[in-house]
Ligand binder design. Structure first.
Ligand code: PLP
Ligand code: COI
Length: 360
């Protein structure tokens, strides 16, 4: 795919950029450029371009605004201490977008084109990838590829005009206050995904449906919400934006598998990493009673959550209408897994799995 490039005539100044990168937060500042590719049934994917970052003009009848036909991805670019820039398993994000797009009746953007689009933006906006060589930080450039129904038409059918874009935003810690256990609220009034639904797809609707449950969590004084399966209300699924892991006293780890969770790329990577560290990971259904009993009896020694934005974060106590479950005793393995992952991403340890993709 050939990309045309129109560079910004008003990029953020070096002084302002230094200020932003010193304290990027999450998802608030955006780079100087964006990538756009268009699709129609007759032309396929075409008009691939890099342009200055800026607002879109949309017809009020644009289908995504009404029927939410949309998919997105979340990934990061990391600057290594030698100045080179790498993304983490980008072909996995591309493959997941293909799966999500199938579920949302959107066209397939081939893996190579997805990766090329992301690479192009990282290359053009490379000065936005934070440098961690002094002070051992963990900042990165968060990348947000997304695809949406851009046809102006109110009939309910797959759009005949679709737009794929990539934008980028420098990222520091996702949770304010750095790495410390997050407290969770167990949602029993709301579920995230049902059988045959969109739970395994990365699509905006899943996040829209999580917001009221997250609001409830916040009102309960908790950081994040935990969802249970929709059918029986017994099995742990995931958080609003992260997968879960339960570490047991004999060293093995359990991560929920229900068919309706988002299959995280961090999740898949941790299954491999933890195995290498001598902690086999079992993927299976995991009930809320097992959580409660396991922590109470001491059989569960740690719980953690993971995702691209939040990396790996320890889980503390769980609050619910049926009573609270205290925080597990330890966070040692959580922090070990976190370090092992971050070290590969930031080029501080050998990439034995071949996960990193060099862009610059
Ligand atoms: N689950 C949900 C609902 C998410 O939004 C995310 C974040 O992307 C994850 C899990 C973790 O996925 P990944 O590790 O690919 O970022
Ligand atoms: C991510 O980790 O990339 C996510 O998508 C979580 C959230 C920011 C939506």
């Amino acid at each position: 795919m050939d990309f045309s490039t129109t560079l910004s005539t008003a990029p953020v100044s070096d002084e302002r950029l230094a200020e932003i990168l010193a304290n990027p937060g999450f998802g608030t500042h955006f780079t100087d450029h964006m990538v756009t590719i268009e699709w129609t049934p007759s032309e396929g994917w075409h008009a691939a371009r890099v342009t200055p970052y800026g607002p879109l003009t949309l017809d009020p009848a644009t289908a995504v605004l009404h029927y939410a036909q949309e998919t997105f991805e979340g990934m990061k670019a990391y600057r290594h201490d030698d100045g080179s820039i790498h993304t983490f398993r980008p072909e996995e994000n591309a493959a997941r977008m293909v799966r999500s797009s199938h579920r949302l009746a959107l066209p397939v953007l081939e893996v190579d084109d997805f990766v090329a689009a992301v690479d192009r933006l990282v290359e053009v906006d490379q000065r936005w990838v934070p440098d961690n060589s002094v002070g051992g930080g963990e900042k990165s450039l968060y990348l947000r590829p997304f695809m949406f129904a851009s046809e102006a038409f109110l009939g309910v059918r797959p759009a005949q005009h679709v737009t794929f874009m990539v934008i980028a935003s420098p990222a520091g810690a996702y949770f304010k206050g750095g790495v410390k256990p997050v407290t969770l609220w167990l949602s029993t009034d709301y579920t995230r995904a049902g059988r045959g639904g969109m739970g395994a797809a990365k699509t905006g609707g899943n996040y829209a449906s999580s917001l009221v449950a997250q609001q409830e969590a916040t009102a309960q004084g908790c950081d994040q919400v935990v969802f249970l399966d929709a059918q029986e209300g017994q099995y742990v699924e995931e958080l609003g934006g992260m997968n879960l892991y339960f570490v047991h006293d004999d060293g093995h780890i359990v991560t929920p598998e229900t068919g309706t969770i988002l299959e995280g790329i961090t999740r898949a990577s941790i299954i491999e990493l933890a195995g290498k560290l001598g902690h086999p990971v079992e993927e299976r259904r995991f009930s809320i009673d097992e959580w409660r009993d396991g922590v109470t009896s001491g059989r569960i020694t740690e719980i953690f959550a993971c995702g691209t934005a939040a990396v790996v974060t320890p889980v503390g106590s769980l609050k619910s209408d049926a009573g609270d479950v205290p925080a597990p005793a330890s966070t040692d393995l959580t922090m070990q897994v976190r370090q092992a992952l971050v070290d590969v991403q930031l080029g501080r340890s050998e990439d034995t799995f071949g996960w990193m993709h060099r862009v610059v």
